[in-house]
Design a protein around this ligand. Structure first.
Ligand code: FE
Ligand code: FE
Ligand code: ZN
Length: 277
């Protein structure tokens, strides 16, 4: 199985790969720049080559970069919209040039302008950012729907994808905490949730899973991650997620509140619950 977690990029790319190996991971996620969006360091090709070598030697799955949280591609404010597009474009070019498979971002917040407006705004931005010549795929993350968050339903995700010209470069990252909180009952009816995803978006679009338990109850539209087995989703449902025929080959990225030792334990636990190898 492909399992890993979110890692800090602050000590460089090679360091992330080494850390991942040391905790038994064979995929990982990192922020494309620090979460507040300040500019990334100049790229060090030697460091990146060293990372790629470790990834290859250890048969890693796809590496996922996460855009900073402060971006809002749905903003009606010109300055925020412009800044968000510029950062996403700059990071997308960088990630593409260093062969990172996936670039995940939160679709945005409409802050009162309504979801229809937001969907157009986000798609317009993506059409400025994607030239069609890239290899890195952009992933839309499914959201819990707190506040005016866009991407709380499969329909909203699909509506964005449909408006993107080069949408062969768009995929979806499904966050288990977020969709449970958004009202998709993966605890009692995982099959139906996935059928619904398939009907609306298409399972071929699904590229990555953020594997998190939730501190909040079902359908509360709150975004609070819990450790695996310690939240309202629970270990049994998580076990069903990682072994579901439609999901088991996908990469799983933990974003649970853990230090490295905690991640190591969760990775071990999940490998033990996985039927395949
Ligand atoms: Fe996220
Ligand atoms: Fe997530
Ligand atoms: Zn979250």
């Amino acid at each position: 199985m492909y399992i890993g977690c979110h890692l800090s990029i602050s000590n460089g790319y090679e360091n992330m790969a080494k850390t991942a190996v040391s905790i038994g991971a064979n995929v990982f996620q990192f922020f494309s720049r620090n979460p507040r969006g300040s500019s990334s360091k100049a790229i060090d090709m030697e460091d990146i080559d060293k990372m790629q070598k470790i990834l290859k030697e250890n048969n890693f799955g796809p590496i996922l970069a996460h855009a900073p949280y402060i971006l809002n591609l749905a903003s009606y404010k010109g300055r925020i919209y412009g800044m968000s597009k510029a950062i996403l474009k700059e990071d997308y070019e960088l990630l593409n040039s260093i062969a990172i498979s996936y670039f995940n971002f939160h679709p945005g917040n409409h802050v009162g302008k309504g979801v229809e407006y937001a969907i157009e705004r986000i798609a317009d931005a993506l059409n400025e950012i994607i030239t069609g010549n890239e290899n890195t795929m952009i992933l839309l993350e499914t959201m819990s729907g707190k506040g005016t968050e866009v991407g709380r339903s499969f329909e909203e995700i699909k509506a964005i994808i449909d408006r993107v010209k080069y949408n062969e470069l768009i995929g979806v990252c499904l966050d288990t905490c977020h969709i449970y909180s958004a009202g998709y009952d993966i605890v009692n009816d995982l099959d139906r949730v996935l059928e619904e995803f398939d009907d609306i978006v298409g399972l071929d679009r699904l590229k990555a899973i953020h594997l998190n338990d939730s501190m909040m109850e079902f359908g509360t539209n709150k975004d609070r991650h819990a450790k695996i087995g310690e939240g309202s989703i629970g270990l049994e449902a998580i076990k069903n997620v990682i072994n579901h025929p439609a999901l088991k080959e996908l990469p799983f990225y933990l974003e649970t509140p853990n230090d490295l030792d905690g991640y190591k334990r969760e990775i071990e636990l999940l490998k033990g619950l996985y039927y395949g190898h």
